[in-house]
Design a protein around this ligand. Sequence first.
Ligand SMILES: [Zn+2]
Length: 64
Amino acid sequence: MGLWDGSYGAVEIRRVQPYEALKKYVCPGCHQMIPRGTGHLVAVPADAPDLRRHWHKSCWGRNK
Ligand SMILES: [Zn+2]
């Protein structure tokens, strides 16, 4: 909590295209893997960009 509700500034959402997804990530929404080569989203808090997280599109949608 906190990171995604504006406590660290506005959250910028960036789309990651499949060809840009060169690593695998763990989605904080479902704690499942986002495999390499999968289009997804990056959520970047304006005041804490180091804390950005990679999300499944559907998980981010559920989070809001
Ligand atoms: Zn997820």
